[in-house]
Design a binder for this molecule. Structure first.
Ligand SMILES: Cc1cc2nc3c(=O)[nH]c(=O)nc-3n(C[C@H](O)[C@H](O)[C@H](O)COP(=O)(O)OP(=O)(O)OC[C@H]3O[C@@H](n4cnc5c(N)ncnc54)[C@H](O)[C@@H]3O)c2cc1C
Length: 426
């Protein structure tokens, strides 16, 4: 009998899990009150950041912590508030800030990304999914020689793991991307990664959702309010309309509800170390003949990414994203942060400044773990699995997480999950 799987969440992690499980022969359904791809997956930076997976928690971040509190223009800000969830997360974050742990996490995430990259490519081509995908590589540009030197060391470490990256000095950078010529005096160089891609995550989610529905997967627009367990087994779940649904004998429930996964699992005694990192994005329409850099560009000092999504007769769109604030659990934008992102983007792209200023900002809450690793696979409760905690890399890591989950569920091969199990990571 086919394995039955119910997935909570129709964001990028839930939908890719459903697709991988469907293709592994499982009988799948998804539950989410919102339309597919409308949570944090709705307007992210679009980066399929296969090679840039190093966690935020690393030793170099420690001297920057005071600036998170005091510098209004810091790309990461901590807005102090009384929040019982923060101290434990913050302490775990500080404990993860060692060179050894940062490197182990980078290695694990590179493996997960490498698992997912060919899978995404396969889905894109075989299923004919159009999500404004572009494979033009990525330039991470630096304004400071010290920061570029640090990036050079990181690239050397990643080269040992098979990642192809090149350090460019200013001349080589401008030769590769003449569109950055106006910043000649402020840029010192870049890391060039030819294998990087971009794509519209929400458009991909909608395409996958429609493929799933055409292949017998139901996507039920309902909210789950509570999970029930007894003697170490998941027994049932409750919906917001009061219905209680009994778990079938061969059924697995996967919680892929992004940040909300934490509250769903807590009553069962499962402590999922998730905390929201609030980010912002802007989307600007481009003209067909608009002159703009062709690669994906990241302004390293400001941690702002610029991705050209799509092309063709209408020129496509430019997605600008950045900011990672510890600013509570509401996705409401802060005017000062929107103003900062618009100002920085307008300085970087003066020709697009009027459109950047006129566009509405989008805000999303990254479901972040302290060490930067997602939490995947079976929990200690029989029948209950998780696939969440992808933080700033959910679009990039979702295909690998989905494939690893499907392999584990359908073939009992948990090899690819071992570095991401709750029990292994805490
Ligand atoms: C500004 C910004 C830029 C980013 N840029 C990038 C990038 O360039 N590249 C990258 O790889 N990642 C990026 N990310 C991260 C990425 O967007 C997230 O990691 C990813 O979207 C998380 O996906 P998810 O499916 O886990 O969560 P979500 O997309 O939030 O989906 C969770 C779903 O669960 C549903 N749900 C919640 N509770 C319940 C319930 N009780 N019952 C039923 N359903 C429920 C919600 O309605 C939602 O649809 C960025 C994030 C932000 C904020």
């Amino acid at each position: 009998m086919a394995e039955r799987v119910t997935i909570i969440g129709a964001g990028i992690t839930g939908l890719t899990s459903a697709l991988a499980l469907l293709e592994a022969g499982c009988q799948v359904r998804i539950i989410d009150p919102e339309p597919p791809g409308s949570g944090t997956s709705a307007a992210n930076g679009g980066q399929l950041s296969w090679a840039f997976v190093a966690p935020l928690a690393e030793p170099g971040v420690l001297p920057q912590l005071p600036g998170w509190l005091t510098h209004a223009d810091s790309p990461i800000r901590w807005v102090p508030r009384l929040d019982p969830a923060l101290p434990a997360w913050g302490l775990a974050f500080l404990r993860a800030c060692t060179r050894q742990r940062a490197r182990a996490t980078t290695t694990a995430l590179l493996e997960l990304a490498a698992l997912g990259k060919p899978q995404l490519d396969d889905w894109r081509t075989r299923l004919g999914l159009d999500f404004d995908w572009r494979a033009n590589g990525k330039l991470v540009v630096y304004r400071d020689a010290g920061a570029l030197e640090k990036a050079r060391r990181q690239a050397a470490f990643q080269r040992e793991l098979g990642v192809e990256q090149e350090i460019l000095d200013r001349g080589a950078l401008l030769e590769r991307e003449p569109g950055l010529e106006r910043h000649r005096n402020s840029l010192v160089g870049a890391v060039w990664t030819p294998g990087e891609e971009v794509g519209d995550c929400a458009k991909f989610c909608r395409g996958v959702a429609s493929h799933l529905e055409n292949h017998g997967v139901s996507i039920e627009r309902r909210r789950i309010t509570r999970l029930e367990s007894e003697a170490g087994r998941l027994t049932a779940w409750h919906f917001s309309d009061g219905e209680r649904q009994q778990r079938a004998a061969n059924e697995t429930l996967i919680v892929a509800a992004g940040l909300a996964s934490r509250a769903l699992l807590a009553p069962l005694g499962i402590r999922l170390p998730l905390y929201p990192l609030k980010g912002y994005s802007l989307t600007v329409d481009l003209d067909a003949d608009e002159r703009l850099f062709d690669t994906s560009v990241t302004d390293a000092a400001r941690k702002v990414v610029y991705a050209r999504l799509g092309s063709g007769s209408n020129g496509g769109r430019l997605r600008i994203a950045g900011i990672a604030d510890l600013d509570g659990w509401q996705a409401r934008p802060r005017a000062s942060r929107v103003e900062m992102l618009k100002r920085q983007a307008s300085e970087f792209l003066p020709d697009q400044a009027s459109r950047i200023q006129a566009t509405d900002a989008w805000t999303g809450l990254r479901p972040a773990t302290p060490d930067g690793r997602p939490r995947l696979g079976p929990t200690d409760i029989d029948g209950l699995w998780i696939n969440t905690g992808h933080g700033a890399l959910g679009w990039t890591l979702a295909p690998g997480s989905a494939l690893a989950t499907a392999q584990a569920l359908s073939k009992r091969d948990i090899q690819a999950l071992t570095k991401f199990r709750l029990s292994a990571t805490g």
